[in-house]
Design a protein around this ligand. Structure first.
Ligand code: GTP
Length: 267
């Protein structure tokens, strides 16, 4: 009789432990995103640090260290940068310049940022490839999707330069396009704030951050986190957009392992 009770008790305890284990695993799965391949989008302004314009070598190095940390954790990383620290096409056009010419100047600015980031990553011992949407083969490789895929599979950081290669498109759209072409699991948009707010947190103290949003929320509430073309492309290809603060060291890793502060945009 005692043996029977002991056996029942053992079996009950084992079942309880199994349920607890499953619950814990479930909790872990819920909080930790499982991104194997990501596209990191950063505005050019991120690379200028506290300067008014141009590149701040210490900031470029710091960003490269964050990317290295992500790559070392086993995540495949490709990058799209903007050029606002060097030349912004829209502002050139606003000053009377032909819009297409201004946009091409912006695309050349992106190539400068891409080469700076490549140099910083290679100084840290990471293999990289810069691929430009506008062929300039003396400087970097032309963008060829299948070749880019191969580089990523080999663990190289692929930096996509020159936007989409077309005027009238933003680097956000270039990021959504390349993230779609590379079958990325997420598009991480590194900004100067830690997510998407209902108002500008730098101007409004009552602004609150969203934990998650749908693509339609972003489009209909006009939240201005990305332009509509970029959001629509990500939505069509079901690529989550994760907005986080890239200015703080270590935030990329925290966003990837689910311990950071960010806003996720999904369907
Ligand atoms: P796999 O051998 O296929 O793994 O790729 P890989 O990039 O190592 O080989 P590849 O021979 O294509 O490139 C060798 C080096 O030349 C790399 O540093 C490339 O970035 C660079 N490279 C390749 N194509 C071009 C190009 O069109 N222009 C420039 N400037 N560099 C290139």
């Amino acid at each position: 009789m005692v043996n029977f009770i002991n056996a029942e008790l053992l079996s009950f305890t084992a079942s309880l432990m199994l349920i607890l284990h499953k619950l814990l695993m479930f909790g872990e799965d819920m909080s930790k995103p499982d991104y194997k391949r990501i596209l990191l989008k950063m505005s050019g302004e991120v690379l200028m640090g506290d300067n008014e314009f141009g590149l701040d070598p210490a900031t470029v190095k710091r960003v490269a260290e964050d990317i290295k940390e992500a790559v070392d954790s086993g995540v495949e990383v490709c990058v799209v940068v903007g050029a606002g620290n060097i030349f912004r096409g829209v502002s050139g056009a606003a000053q009377g310049m032909d819009r297409t010419t201004a946009d091409y100047m912006g695309m050349l600015g992106i190539v400068i940022n891409a080469l700076a980031l490549q140099n910083a990553l290679e100084t840290l011992g990471k293999q990289t490839r810069v691929m430009s949407a506008i062929p300039m083969s003396a400087i970097c490789e032309p963008y060829i999707r299948r070749k880019a895929m191969r580089h990523m599979e080999k663990g190289r950081v692929v930096i996509f330069a020159a936007g989409t290669g077309n005027p009238y498109f933003t680097t956000d759209t270039a990021a959504a396009l390349r993230a779609s072409e590379m079958n990325c699991d997420a598009l991480l948009k590194g900004t100067k704030v830690d997510g998407i707010y209902n108002a500008d947190p730098q101007k409004d103290d009552t602004a609150t951050r969203f934990e998650s949003l749908s693509y339609m929320d972003v489009l209909t509430k006009d939240l201005k986190v990305m332009d509509a073309t970029a959001v629509s492309l990500a939505r069509e290809n079901d690529i989550p957009i994760v907005v986080f603060n890239v200015r703080e060291k270590g935030n990329l890793t925290k966003t990837l392992d689910g311990t950071g502060t960010y806003t996720t945009v999904t369907n």
